[in-house]
Design a protein around this ligand. Structure first.
Ligand SMILES: C[S@@+](CC[C@H](N)C(=O)[O-])C[C@H]1O[C@@H](n2cnc3c(N)ncnc32)[C@H](O)[C@@H]1O
Length: 288
């Protein structure tokens, strides 16, 4: 794909770039982004609309990742923040590479329960790693008060800390640690889109709330269903979303309400099987 193949959509506040991440990133101004979230293909053979997420050699995948990881750092403002995900298998390579180029402040585990992952002869994977990195460890956005969660000792068990004078009830809220539990996006959930690795709104809410302020510019270079841009918009941030596949760009155009029509096609959310009118379900059944 060449630069000529890149297509731009949207407005000053929310932009969608249809194109390859590396080529599109090069077109973005250096030091212009407040927060980057990168959720690349994991090189584990997922099917993205017919495009297989598997490089012929692991070394090729890693070399490709190093290219966009470095570009992301270049695009971040001096006080910017970078969150990056990949599979558990490849995260060690990211970690070692990034330590040389940016400050890694937290190694986050996004944990979920799943009845679907049922390995029989090894321990099934129930988490995905996320690195939280900042360019300047002495100056970065961290809105701790916006992401507080319930602290059970104070809120539920109502325990009193007698070491304090006078004794005090424990705090009822606290900052989350580095193990985050959010359910994965399932077919029946309202936010579900037709994509194999859609990230939940709750996960992006935590990241965007804590690591950016209203009006900040948030970039996602592998947008998929455009969860990052969607949440950024809801929270009053600006966004740039890059995505290679046209079908996913159409999801973004609709989700961000940038346009409701694409090349003559009306963009509407696909009905899930249980949402189809009864009459259609009955006529499908009649075919069998
Ligand atoms: C793991 S998914 C991202 C899912 C996204 N976070 C979400 O919430 O929907 C990775 C995405 O990267 C896209 N992709 C793969 N190679 C790309 C490339 N070279 N440039 C831009 N996007 C690419 C895939 O089409 C896929 O939608």
């Amino acid at each position: 794909m060449k630069i000529a193949d890149i297509k731009y959509f949207g407005n000053e506040e929310h932009k969608i770039i249809m194109g390859d991440a590396v080529i599109s990133l090069e077109e973005i101004e250096d030091y212009s982004i407040d927060l980057i979230f990168a959720d690349p293909p994991y090189n584990i053979g997922k099917n993205f609309n017919g495009y297989k997420d598997k490089w012929s050699k692991d070394a090729d995948y890693i070399e490709w990742c190093y290219k966009w990881l470095l570009l992301c750092i270049k695009k971040l403002k001096p006080n910017g923040t970078f969150y990056v995900m990949t599979s558990t298998q490849f995260m060690p390579f990211f970690d070692i590479y990034l330590r040389e180029n940016i400050h890694i402040l937290s190694r986050i585990v996004w944990y979920y329960d799943s009845s679907g992952v049922q390995a029989k002869k090894y321990f099934g994977s129930l988490y995905e790693p996320i690195l939280f990195c900042v360019k300047d460890k002495d100056s970065y956005t961290f809105n701790a008060k916006d992401i507080l969660i319930e602290a059970k000792t104070g809120a539920k068990r109502k325990l009193i800390d007698y070491r304090k004078n006078p004794p005090q009830v424990y705090n009822s809220e606290k900052l989350p640690g580095n193990v985050w539990e959010f359910p994965r996006v399932r077919y029946r959930m309202e936010e579900y889109e037709n994509h194999p690795t859609q990230k939940p709104v709750t996960l992006l809410e935590r990241i965007i709330k804590v690591s950016s302020n209203k009006g900040d510019l948030v970039l996602d270079l592998f947008s998929g269903t455009f969860t990052t841009s969607f949440v950024a918009k809801q929270l009053g941030r600006r966004s740039i979303g890059i995505e290679l596949q046209e079908d996913y760009v159409k999801i973004g155009l609709r989700r961000l309400e940038i346009q409701n029509e694409y090349n003559g096609e009306t963009l509407v959310k696909e009905l899930r099987s249980f949402e189809e009118p009864l009459i259609e379900q009955e006529s499908k059944l009649a075919l069998f």
